[in-house]
Design a binder for this molecule. Structure first.
Ligand code: NDP
Length: 465
């Protein structure tokens, strides 16, 4: 069979997606809507959703939840009805081995177990799964972030998973890898002659990868207060993006090649100097984002001020190889800031010689790859409008249409097809923790001050804009 026919046959085969934690926020807000966009783009897919959680939902109550989630997400009515026609719910305590056995017994081959559970519950449920034999043939595990709490716990969790299914059937989720802007990095870097030859330390002075948002806690203290900006955003999402920015040239887009190259670059990545110099943290105080009054983080319901959770974090790393030596990569993410800024900024060095006889008011080139909305902006130096003897900046800008399939839809497609291209391999998850572990330790010892910034500002005074 040709690869295209194989892919079509894979998509048409019936797949059961079991969501453990189906009454939670992730399922209703991201997973079901993501699945709907996938089915809308690929209507030949045949996916049955089986929800499982502790809540004793009747079939009507479950159907109503699914309908509400899909309606809120503006899913196409035909897709919504297809999902509703086959979905079912099983009250299941995943920490009860007998209940797990019951659930698994009825599953067809190639089913997906999606762990949309609190992280500790996921680990405990996996420990039970490791004791169950036999498991449904071809069972795939989809594991949400955070994957572990540091390098040691991630490594231990990886060892546990190898006792359940092989690595090719384990999908560690990072939905940033499903974002078209991140995938488009490959096309931009390797599909053009003009970028790859200058993508190195000869030409680039520093790189910023930023995910700042105006949103504050929005009632998510239960999850966020135990994690903070470093674990929530930098340890996973931003380090993976950095790996795709800095990796060597990819010859073919397959799961071995892509993930080998990401692991390769992460293994060379280290903090620039000791953690107390290479990291900063801060927490927002009361302020105004636009017209919205935001209370201080410590006054948000459910927050324990003694945890000293940061809402803005920054680390600076370097990639110790010949392409990147000497180029700092600054990774920053925060909440309740004055502006939404999500993107990769490649700052180029100035030209080797500035022409004499011209007034140079321009800054060196900067390539900005924006995420949501997806944009490409290249700042170049041009002769000034009205004064050709002065140099100034001009920005060449383009907006790229977002993919119709939401990031969770892209991720689910890979899992359902058994293609782990967009999932995080075990060694990559461990490398990401290895890079941030010294920061976590320095922060726990209070070696780095917890600064403050008013909600709606650009961050603490003295931090780079
Ligand atoms: P919620 O707290 O909203 O939901 C947790 C779910 O787990 C509930 O359905 C709960 O069921 C269920 N659950 C807990 N214990 C058991 C048990 N013993 N047996 C069966 N079900 C159980 O969490 P989220 O949906 O927000 O997050 C889930 C995972 O997804 C987490 O790992 C989180 O880090 C990750 N994630 C979440 C994102 C989000 O935006 N929400 C984004 C990215 C990742 P019941 O209510 O019936 O007890």
């Amino acid at each position: 069979m040709s690869p295209t026919k194989q892919a079509r046959a894979r998509r048409a085969a019936e797949r059961t997606l079991v969501i453990l934690g189906a009454s939670g926020d992730l399922t209703t807000r991201l997973l079901l809507p993501g699945l709907a966009t996938l089915l809308e783009s690929e209507p030949e897919r045949n996916v049955r959703v089986l929800g499982a959680a502790m809540e004793p939902y009747t079939p009507a109550q479950w159907t109503k939840r699914v309908r509400t989630s899909l309606t809120k997400a503006k899913a196409a009515p035909a897709v919504r009805d297809t999902i509703l026609a086959s979905t079912a719910y099983r009250k299941t305590n995943v920490l009860d081995k007998a209940a797990l056995v019951d659930l698994l017994e009825d599953l067809p081959p190639e089913s997906v177990l999606y762990f949309a559970l609190p992280p500790q519950v996921t680990i405990q449920a996996c420990a039970l799964l490791a004791e169950i034999d036999p498991l449904p043939k071809g069972l795939k595990l989809a594991l949400e972030k955070p994957f572990g709490f540091d390098k040691a716990s991630a490594a231990k969790f990886n060892r546990l998973l190898t006792r359940i299914v092989p690595e090719e059937q384990t999908f560690r989720i990072d939905h940033f890898l499903g974002k078209s802007a991140v995938l488009n990095l490959l096309g931009l870097r390797f599909g053009n002659r003009v970028f790859e030859p200058i993508w190195n330390n000869v030409n680039i002075s520093h790189v910023d990868i930023v995910a700042d948002e105006t949103l504050a806690l929005e009632g998510r203290a239960g999850y966020y207060d135990g994690n903070g900006a470093l674990k929530d955003m930098i340890q996973s999402h931003l380090l993976l993006i950095m790996a795709m920015v800095a990796m060597e040239e990819i010859a073919s887009v397959d799961e071995v090649e892509l993930r080998d190259l990401m692991a390769h670059v992460l293994r060379s990545t280290h903090l620039v100097g000791p953690a107390k110099k290479a990291s900063r943290r801060a927490r927002y105080t009361a302020g105004k984002v636009g017209r919205r009054e935001i209370p201080a983080y410590v006054d948000e319901p459910g927050v324990d001020p003694d945890r000293r959770t940061e809402t803005l974090a920054e680390i600076t790393v370097e990639v110790r190889n010949s392409r990147w030596a000497g180029v700092p990569f600054r990774l920053r993410s925060g909440k309740a800031l004055g502006a939404d800024r999500r993107g990769i900024y490649l700052h180029f060095k100035p030209v080797a010689h500035s022409m004499t006889g011209l007034v140079d008011s321009a800054t060196p080139n900067c390539l900005k790859l924006g995420m949501s909305p997806e944009t490409i902006e290249l700042t170049v130096t041009t002769n000034g409008e009205g004064d050709p003897f002065e140099l100034e900046n001009t920005t060449l800008a383009a907006t790229i249409g977002d993919s119709h399939i939401r990031p969770y839809g892209e991720i689910l497609a890979g899992i359902l097809d058994g293609v782990p291209l967009l999932s995080v391999r075990g060694d990559i998850a461990e490398e990401c923790w290895r890079i941030v572990d010294p920061v976590l330790k320095a922060w726990a010892k209070d070696e780095v001050p917890l600064q403050t910034y008013p909600a709606g500002s650009a961050g603490p005074r003295g931090w780079p804009a």
